[in-house]
Design a protein around this ligand. Structure first.
Ligand SMILES: Cc1cc2nc3c(=O)[nH]c(=O)nc-3n(C[C@H](O)[C@H](O)[C@H](O)COP(=O)(O)O)c2cc1C
Length: 185
């Protein structure tokens, strides 16, 4: 069975740049060993903030469950990550367990690094395995030309390839491990 990657687009802001960043990352995914990809755009989902279920809750948790690995494309807002992403994370529980999670972050000065550091701590609570490698795009509004192509692609492409290699290793390893011994925490 081919390896499955879910890519979460975390920004739901009006006039967001998130889909452009995700589009670039998906080009890198096509060069990777992931055979199937699902793009989960949080702006297209109705995930109730009272965490009471309903809306697209079941659809979202099923899509997470489907994935062998998850990449989160996230901006940084006020040194944190978007509220919509926190709602999405808290909407699921078991689905995150023993799942590799990687970050493609972007922002201004910090390139989303501070948002990603906070996410590492959140995912530790959920028994997810966060990847050492990371993509970080600083001053993201300067990074793309009018065609949506990265102006200086070499370093981000190299970081994306490393991140995808790590997600592949952990995705394969944890899929086998979960099938052999269910993870009880
Ligand atoms: C409310 C808000 C807060 C922001 N705070 C930060 C920040 O703390 N650090 C940073 O590097 N960039 C910050 N930025 C810049 C964003 O990361 C940048 O505008 C990015 O494009 C936002 O992603 P989006 O367009 O996909 O929503 C902030 C932007 C907004 C709208």
């Amino acid at each position: 069975m081919s390896l499955r990657l879910a890519v979460i687009v975390a920004s739901v802001r009006k006039d967001r740049i998130g889909p452009q960043v995700a589009g670039w990352f998906l080009d890198a995914v096509r060069q990777s060993e992931f055979g199937e990809v699902d793009v989960i755009d949080l702006a297209e989902l109705d995930l109730p903030i009272d965490l009471g279920g309903g809306g697209d809750t079941e659809l979202f948790t099923k899509r997470l469950d489907w994935a062998d690995a998850i990449a989160i494309v996230t901006p940084e807002y006020n040194r944190g990550y978007p509220g919509a992403l926190k709602t999405a994370i808290d909407t699921a529980k078991r689905e995150w367990r023993a799942t590799p999670v990687g970050f493609v972050s972007y922002g201004g000065l910090s390139g989303g690094l501070r948002a990603a550091e906070q996410l590492r701590s959140v995912f530790a609570e959920l028994h997810a395995v966060t990847m050492q490698a990371q993509v970080s795009l600083q001053y993201v509004w300067d990074q793309f030309d009018d065609e949506g192509t990265l102006r200086a692609p070499d370093r981000p492409a190299s970081a994306a390839a490393t991140l995808l290699r790590q997600l592949t290793w952990w995705g394969n390893a944890l899929r086998t491990a979960r099938a052999t011994t269910p993870y009880d925490g």
